[in-house]
Design a protein around this ligand. Structure first.
Ligand code: PMP
Length: 396
């Protein structure tokens, strides 16, 4: 076997820098979304992206079981061969209608969707202008595309405009952004981005991974909330977060979806999702639209949670009603310590460290769910404030 000493050495180095990561097995809490079991105890799960609490919804489970029995356990082939099971067509039609677009296309997951879509749309001679804090899957998609990759300062419209001017002779210019930034909970200025893209003739790709389900009159995302949906060229969304299931989609023109069917390699060269997953997502899409109280509830809870921490002198960032509530701690060490202390009080809130976030901005990312009760969140706030005082992370 090849000498693997280099791996062991570098892993040691990661440990030394508090950047070593390991996988921990989790145990569901008997159907209670927003909770996990560990060592026989129930923990409040403030680390998941299950914002609407749909991951344990009985109707979705029933739709999946029904499909398992009717369609089998696996797709058996890629979508272009024989893997496009019946639930796909139903889900894609529903997604297109929901977004008011001509067409939609379902991908295996959000990572594959960003990777495949961006690499298929941009190419040599093009420029992709990307917010500096965009998700890794966007960054990787741009790298793979061979287009020129230019990052603009986070949310900085002036910087973006200067780059649009500078690159106006490119074959095509794409602007790509997360709608809500997953580690900061802040929102992209989509209205202004639409103005800029129209002024400079650029294409605009918006990743609604953390805003889908939560914003918009029917949960379509932040672009719909702001009334600029029809101006966006490429809508991307994921099903593993608010939808509680798994997968992702692109919505846009019929030409866009046909192009991606022919050019998006993660779609072409990978086995289709199991039919039950697609059927479960279709059921989830109906619930997202029907049970809007879930989004209203988690948005109200986020406002209250942020306000309460801010009042206690604990600085949070992000849009006031966004269920992602980061508390910047500074060093990776302090973030890990803070997170461990919270866990002793049965609160699971992950420490997010570089390289996921910029150096010296390690943080605790509190993530709320419509499944968390008011009582549980009040108790969590008490524990967080007390722990923050004890650890004095603010001094770092
Ligand atoms: N886009 C964003 C903004 C994300 O945060 C994530 C997941 N963390 C993805 C895409 C990838 O989605 P998935 O988990 O479905 O692969």
């Amino acid at each position: 076997m090849m000498d693997q000493q280099w791996m062991a050495e570098q892993l040691e180095q990661l440990k030394h820098q508090s950047q070593f990561r390991k996988i921990t097995t989790t145990q569901a809490a008997n159907g209670a979304a927003g909770h996990l079991m560990r060592d026989g105890h129930s923990l409040l799960n403030m680390s998941a992206n299950d914002y609407l609490g749909l991951s344990q919804h009985p109707d979705i489970a029933a739709a999946m079981i029904e499909s398992l029995q009717a369609d089998g356990v696996g797709a058996g082939a890629s979508r272009l061969i024989t893997g496009s099971s019946a639930p796909y067509a139903r889900l894609e039609a529903a997604l297109a209608g929901w977004h008011g677009c001509e067409a939609a296309l379902v991908f295996g997951n959000g990572y594959m969707c960003n990777l495949g879509t961006i690499a298929a749309l941009a190419g040599r001679g093009d420029v992709v202008l990307s917010d500096r804090l965009n998700h890794a899957s966007i960054v990787d998609g741009i790298q793979l595309s061979r287009a020129e990759h230019v990052r603009y300062r986070h949310l900085d419209l002036e910087h973006l405009e200067s780059l649009l001017v500078k690159h106006r002779d490119a074959r095509r210019i794409w602007i790509v952004t997360d709608a809500i930034f997953s580690m900061d909970g802040d929102a992209a200025p989509l209205t202004e981005l639409v103005e800029l893209k129209q002024r400079y003739g650029a294409g605009l790709i918006v990743d609604e991974a953390h805003s889908g389900g939560i914003y918009g009159p029917r949960g379509q995302g932040l672009a719909a909330e702001l009334g600029v949906s029809s101006a966006i060229d490429v809508h991307i969304g994921t099903f593993g977060k608010s939808f509680g299931v798994y997968g992702a989609y692109v919505a846009g023109s019929a030409a866009l979806c046909k192009w991606l069917v022919n050019k998006a390699r993660p779609l072409i060269y990978s086995t289709a999702l199991p039919p039950s997953v697609v059927a479960g997502t279709l059921c989830s899409l109906h619930i997202v639209q029907r049970e809007r109280w879930r989004a209203e509830r988690v948005r109200a809870a986020a406002r209250k949670f942020r306000h309460s921490l801010d009042e206690a002198g604990i600085n949070t960032s992000g849009r006031t009603d966004c269920p992602i509530i980061p508390v910047i701690v500074g060093s990776s060490d302090s973030a890990l310590r803070f997170s461990k202390q919270l866990e002793q009080h049965r609160i699971l809130a992950s420490a997010i460290r570089p390289p996921t976030v910029p150096d010296h901005t390690a943080r605790i990312r509190f993530s709320l769910s419509a499944s968390h009760s008011e009582l549980e969140l009040d108790e969590a706030l008490r524990v967080i404030k007390r722990t923050a005082m004890e650890t004095e992370f603010a001094d770092e």
